[in-house]
Design a binder for this molecule. Sequence first.
Ligand code: SF4
Length: 407
Amino acid sequence: MNEKNSDCTRRRFLTTAASGLVSAGLAGLAPGISFAQEAKAVADDRKKEIIYRQLGKEGMKVPIVSMGAMNSSNPGIIQASYELGVRHFDTAANYQYGRNEQMVGNVLKKMGVRDKANIGTKVYIPEQRVDDPKAARKKIVELCEGSLMRLKTDYVDILYIHSVSDPADVDDPGIRDAFADLKEQKKIRHSGLATHGRMAEVINEATRVGFYDIILTSFNFTMADDAAMMGALDNAAKNGISIIAMKTQAGGQRLPNPESLRNYSSSTIATAALKWVMRNENIATSIPGYDNFEHMKEDFSVASDLEFTPDEKKFLSDNDVKLSMGFCRQCEQCLVSCPNNADIPTLMRTHMYAAQYANFHHARMTLDEIPKQAGLLACKSCNSCLAQCVHSVDIARRIDELKLMYA
Ligand code: SF4
């Protein structure tokens, strides 16, 4: 890795980390440990310099670990993240019905650091699937302006089209025109596309189309054997598209439910997974969705250390682990197994938000986006999907759990 940047010296880090701990109210958290000891421990964890990579075409360089704000509703974590060194914050118009954007915008404005931090946000237009480019263009511009208002800023660094999982939706004249309008008005710096379904196909199509600057995609170690995905990332990077990785910890391994994960600490699972992603130099940065100070520190430690520990190596080479993860890749291959046309991939994503992220708000919203005839009640518990998933996702159990929560 040769991207080391001398921007953050150890001395400077001590200062920033110390102020972050104070402002985040962390001082004296652990009984018997003084603030100075805590600050030293954090600094010792981060003896190495932060690794930066280029993000987009306008010269932005950001640490390889950024923040996915989706799961957080604590402004203190946004502030502490900035003070720790995070420079890119990911949010979306529909996270917490806009309150997530408000929180990120408020904190950065109050700190007076808007010009030093990058913001990525997303607009969701199911209408893009309707062949009405004029309406899509108008809607995207309106949604972006709503985001700018909530974020208390004149521009965002990246505006994504949210949740594209069909390659046919990538080359949309409405999106293209809206991005051109917004760039001309200097309301967005980069046009982006976010995908967590059929990712390789969507990324390849976005690369072919050529008007997206940045792609945000699910990417984690459960995809290590996915040659199509690896090829798509390579192809996009070679064509000058910056890639940001999400779902880097395969759906929240900090809740190690499956038995085989009990052999590893939650910290090992989190850092091993994140290092695996960021050792791929096609990835510009990652947006782990931490929601507490401990996870923030664990995740950001990876920004300055991509070397695996023996435990992390063991975790990543453990054959039982990948099987027990049950990470749904949203490949849609199971769809044909359901005689009632339930939208299994979206139900699996809903389950991940509820059971692994504990983000019940986002789970509810995702569930509500499924057309009624394909939603939870479309599932008649016939078990036709049992053992249908090539990636070992236990579909029927997860749908049963969702029914207990939401039906
Ligand atoms: S449940 Fe399995 S087959 Fe269905 S979308 Fe997810 S990974 Fe693909």
